[in-house]
Design a binder for this molecule. Structure first.
Ligand code: NAD
Length: 428
């Protein structure tokens, strides 16, 4: 067993031991038992881009301290520190190894904004160590990790939410309420989309790992691959080993809202079309992707085009709901309702901020209750992305069990999970 895996075992064992002794409440905050004004302490894992913005955002919340930022890139640690300092004037502790945050008793919440292959394993270890978790989307790298995330949240009674922030925005919530109130009738079809003008990532060269990066810990739970000079940062999204393509990147946001509006859980059938058409580079995931999810007699379609920015209806991101009495178009700054004569009958602009999502999560830790984006719902939406990608990679139509989203196609079971580095297999 490597030193890394050995330490992971030590932590898991010590955390479990403490939890048994104290009825799972190792942290200063416990769901539904904290006082409403109690200060909540956060550590952030992965602070290159999104993590620094979350560190800032959480620092702005009342009675919240971001005490630690952590990254395996020493340059990113500095970014994370100055993000917090710019809001509070105080410099958080910086570290390279998130397991030191799990050991830190004063930390109540782990915010996970490392790449996708870390989301499940780090969140689960955090819950096992008594921390509440704000994990970025997608909440898992594989379907099995998503199932285990739900089990961990239940077992350790930790609040675990996903960064699907539209679940908490007043404007998105108002639009979804219109749908649930029957304004456009029964929704039989929803189409959502994402468009961007991304460039090529080139063909990477195997080079020495730079001195600012702990690449062994960057890879963590994944089986080891050699370092290439076009992987870190962000481009891991386009490799199956670490990422989930555009579907698991921006698709999950729109699919989550579409599924919420349609009030559907697990699909019955998933098919996919598309490929990697635009650039001859190292990307493996589709840059042009249509994937459809049938829920019995209702259909949800996602369209992703990663190289052409126009999108549909003049927007890069949107969700169109079609009911038997009308249609609702939902964007990030407004929603519109059309009648069956194509006449615009309502247009409601709104502003979009992440703050309500942070507030909702913190409120659940302090006062009890379930977050707007429960890990159960986050798992269902993330699972749709996994199924869309499995359909794409296998070229097969997937038949699923609508009770739990599991695939009926025997030959596809290998995609349900993946191989982990020794000692890093996620558990409950
Ligand atoms: N909710 C949203 O709107 C939103 C927006 C952007 C990104 N995201 C999500 O946030 C995550 C991060 O995105 P990004 O664009 O910042 O990616 P990124 O690749 O730029 O940054 C990830 C950071 O995590 C670090 N990291 C890797 N392994 C680590 C480890 N073991 N411990 C600590 N740090 C580690 C990397 O060094 C890097 O600095 C992604 O999963 C992405 O899907 C969500």
């Amino acid at each position: 067993m490597s030193d890394l895996a050995d330490r992971r075992h030590f932590l898991a064992a010590s955390a479990a031991g403490t939890m048994i002794a104290s009825g799972f409440h190792t942290s200063t905050a416990t769901a539904s038992s904290s006082s409403p004004n109690e200060n909540l302490v956060c550590g952030v894992m992965g602070v290159n881009g999104r993590g620094s913005s979350l560190a800032k955002g959480f620092s702005r919340q009342k009675n919240v301290t971001v005490s630690h930022v952590c990254d395996v890139d020493s340059r990113a640690v500095l970014k994370g520190k100055s993000a917090v300092q710019s809001v509070t004037g105080k410099v958080p502790v910086g570290s390279a190894d998130f397991r030191s945050l799990l050991d830190e008793k004063s930390i109540d919440i782990l915010i996970v904004a490392a790449p996708n292959h870390w989301h499940g394993p780090a969140s689960m270890l955090a819950m096992q160590a008594g921390k509440h978790v704000y994990v970025e989307k997608p909440c898992s790298h594989t379907p099995r990790e998503g199932e285990l995330m739900v089990e961990n949240s239940e077992k350790y009674k930790r609040v675990c939410t996903m960064g699907s922030q539209r679940r908490s925005t007043a404007g998105h919530r108002a639009a979804i309420k219109k749908i649930h109130d029957g304004e456009i009738g029964k929704v039989l079809y929803a189409k959502c989309w994402y468009a961007n003008r991304r460039g090529p990532i080139g063909k990477g060269k195997k080079v020495q790992v730079p001195d600012w990066l702990d690449f062994e810990l960057w890879q963590g739970p994944c089986t080891e691959k050699p370092y290439k000079d076009n992987l870190v940062h962000y481009n891991w999204h386009w490799h199956w080993h670490w990422g989930n393509g555009e579907l698991g990147n921006n698709g999950v946001h729109a699919i989550d809202v579409a599924r919420w509006g349609m009030q559907v859980d697990y699909p019955t059938r998933v098919v996919s079309a598309g490929g990697r058409y635009r650039f001859d580079d190292d990307q493996e995931t589709a840059d042009t992707h249509l994937t459809s999810f049938e829920f019995g007699d209702r259909l949800l379609v996602w369209e992703g085009v990663s190289w052409s920015p126009k999108g549909n209806e003049g927007t890069a991101f949107g969700i169109a709901f079609h009911g038997d009495k009308g249609s609702l178009y939902l964007y990030d700054n407004k929603y519109e309702i059309y009648d069956m004569q194509r006449k615009l009958v309502l247009e409601e602009p709104f502003s979009f901020s992440d703050d309500p999502h942070f507030d909702d999560f913190l409120g659940c830790i302090r006062n009890g209750g379930k977050p707007n984006a429960t890990i159960e719902e986050a798992h269902k939406s993330t699972l749709l992305c996994h199924l869309g990608n499995i359909a794409h990679r296998s070229g097969k139509a997937i038949q699923t069990d609508p009770a739990n989203g599991r695939m009926k196609n025997g030959e596809l079971q290998k995609f349900w999970t993946k191989e982990y580095r020794d000692g890093w297999e996620p558990t409950t």
